[in-house]
Design a protein around this ligand. Structure first.
Ligand SMILES: C[S@@+](CC[C@H](N)C(=O)[O-])C[C@H]1O[C@@H](n2cnc3c(N)ncnc32)[C@H](O)[C@@H]1O
Length: 220
């Protein structure tokens, strides 16, 4: 080990690294900075539906009315509130590490008169979900900034009911024409490698979004 590099079993810390990242590497990938709550307006921008077509994600998930869905890295709950109306006998657990994001989710719950979105405060290394409690975990543009991806995914895998699914949406790392910072994109190859490590099996990738891929995994 040289002076500029420290390693743990799963992670490596480097002093020379991309300024958009935290200098911590996991399975060859540098982890990006967390998007702070002051960027909340960006998540709610009116042009988002036209640019990213997030409602297509909800259609593609084939949710059942009684499903319990965890939206991990929920931010302002943009996706949570899109999914909630379909879950007439179920609910969304909107999980985030920033209490300010959960405040916004609580504000929107009242504004939109939607009761079945439950904010949950996570820690950096745990989604704080009970074992075998969720049918599906959704992560939209969030996983690449988890500081402890292995531990969080292990927590998610434990929280899934048998046969439960994970849906991971990230900007396509394979495509250099997608004008998003490199560390905010992921390749399918990298995602598959990281999910396999926590025992999740790739099922399919849906290429229905303009800039992101929607990858589906199942807990065996
Ligand atoms: C770029 S935002 C995306 C928000 C939302 N998914 C959306 O698409 O509108 C990423 C969110 O992930 C959250 N986050 C980062 N690390 C996390 C972790 N370890 N556990 C849960 N949430 C996390 C951040 O606080 C932030 O709100």
């Amino acid at each position: 080990m040289n002076a500029s590099t420290t390693t743990s079993t799963k992670y490596e810390q480097r002093t020379i690294h991309n300024p958009d990242g935290i200098g911590k590497f996991y399975m060859g990938r540098e982890i990006a900075h967390v998007m702070g709550h002051t960027g909340a307006m960006w998540l709610e921008r009116p042009s988002r539906e036209a640019e990213e077509q997030p409602s297509k994600i909800v259609n593609a998930l084939e949710l059942k009315p009684n499903n319990v869905v965890a939206d991990i890295g929920a931010g302002t709950g943009y996706l949570s509130f899109l999914m909630a109306p379909t879950l007439t006998q179920g609910k969304v657990l909107a999980v985030d590490i920033q209490p300010e994001m959960l405040d916004i989710i609580n504000f929107f719950k009242e504004e939109k008169h939607i009761d079945n979105v439950e904010p949950i405060l996570a820690t950096l290394n745990s989604p704080n979900l009970p074992p075998e409690s969720i049918d599906l975990a959704v992560m939209v543009d969030a996983y690449h900034e988890f500081e402890y991806p292995y531990e969080v995914m292990e927590g998610i895998a434990k929280a899934l009911k048998p046969g439960g699914r994970v849906a991971l949406v990230e900007y396509r790392g394979e495509n250099p024409f997608i004008m998003i910072k490199g560390l905010h994109k992921m390749t399918q190859k990298q995602v598959k490698k990281e999910m396999q490590t926590v025992g999740l099996t790739w099922q399919e990738t849906k290429n229905l979004l303009p800039q992101q891929h929607l990858m589906l995994f199942i807990k065996a």
